[in-house]
Design a protein around this ligand. Structure first.
Ligand code: GLV
Length: 335
């Protein structure tokens, strides 16, 4: 089989170190590994591949990929593979679901605590050598205790469930939105996993917003989730609520979020993902005192590549034997 490995990205941090391809060649001597380290090479080699380990395929070259049967993405979000011809084709897509879930959940806890304790204010004051004790004490400070918070997690997949595991022991009261019923008993309290009070379908988001002191977006970007948080949704939330987005920038309406952060309807936000990345140096987000910006690193790990390549190798063994692959993407749902 011809196995194309092209885990490339405009972001250097997301390019697979080359020695992993050598290791795959040693582990699977029965296959021919084709590697491609830029877009042009990927376009050139794709028509020869039976299997591709890559985050994206350009739509115009897909018709030439007549041998292709399976694509393993190195990412969780597979939006760049979701074009009509690939969706309609028999090509199977698998994702990296689960590998970064624990790191992302730790990040969510980190920023929840930081925002609830108003640490961005303290850190900005530290840079300016200012002692802001009076800003960080008392009712007007906005400091919140975690066991007074109600959190809504939009998207109860592998990341959402990991957030529940970490957040529930702090006494945070958790509700969630999920597209598919969480259990055979359906939605609501009866079907909710341990640590979650209720799980509701997307239509119930407006009701849950009214009781969301912290709103965490952990849902894939699909046509249904585009700008799910805009002015009307923010207006339903309690004044001073916190917004955390570790999913995709396009889930929120940036203009509405900036305005709400400026006038206090949102008390703070932790944004890891943006409509356009890298975030424009002129974006108003940078200078808002109640915003924590991270550069799409909520899932950062000391070593992402070892478990990712192990997942690919396991799936390649399964593919050879005709066994079901891990992390198959539902191409109709888009994740
Ligand atoms: C990162 O954002 C990913 O989708 O893996």
């Amino acid at each position: 089989m011809n196995v194309l490995v092209s885990v490339i990205s405009p972001a250097p941090a997301w390019i697979l170190p080359r020695h992993f391809v050598d290791a795959l060649r040693r582990e699977f001597p029965q296959h021919t590994f084709l590697d491609a380290w830029d877009r042009d090479a990927l376009r050139r080699v794709l028509p020869e591949a039976d299997v591709a380990f890559t985050p994206f395929i350009e739509r115009d070259v897909f018709p030439l990929a007549t041998r292709l049967r399976w694509v393993q993405s190195p990412a969780v979000g597979v939006g760049s593979l979701m074009f009509p011809e690939l969706i309609a084709s028999p090509v199977v897509i698998t994702s990296a679901r689960g590998i970064r879930a624990r790191s992302i959940a730790e990040h969510v806890m980190g920023v929840t605590i930081a925002l609830a304790r108003r640490l961005p204010i303290a850190m900005r004051a530290q840079i300016a050598h200012r002692w802001v004790q009076e800003d960080l004490e008392g009712a007007a400070s906005g400091v919140r205790s975690l066991d007074s918070l109600r959190m809504t997690i939009v998207g109860l997949g592998s990341i959402g469930m990991e957030i529940v595991k970490l957040a529930a022991p702090f006494g945070i009261r958790i509700s969630a939105i999920r597209r598919r019923p969480p259990s055979p008993t359906g939605f609501g309290a009866a079907g909710a996993p341990a640590g979650v009070e209720t799980v509701w379908p997307p239509e119930r988001l407006p009701d849950l917003l009214a009781q969301s002191d912290v709103l965490v977006l952990a849902v894939p970007h699909t046509p249904e989730t585009k700008q799910i948080i805009s002015r009307a949704e923010i207006d339903r939330m309690p004044r001073g609520a916190l917004l955390i987005n570790i999913a995709r920038g396009k889930l929120i309406d940036d203009g509405a979020v900036v305005e709400a952060l400026q006038d206090g309807r949102l008390g703070g936000a932790a944004l890891d993902v943006f409509t356009k990345e890298p975030l424009d140096p002129a974006s108003p987000y940078w200078d808002l005192p109640n915003v924590i910006i991270t550069p799409h690193t909520s899932g950062a790990m000391q070593d992402y590549w070892t478990p990712l390549v192990a997942l690919f190798a396991e799936n390649l063994r399964r593919f050879e034997k005709g066994q079901p692959l891990l992390n198959i993407v539902d191409k109709v749902a888009g994740y």
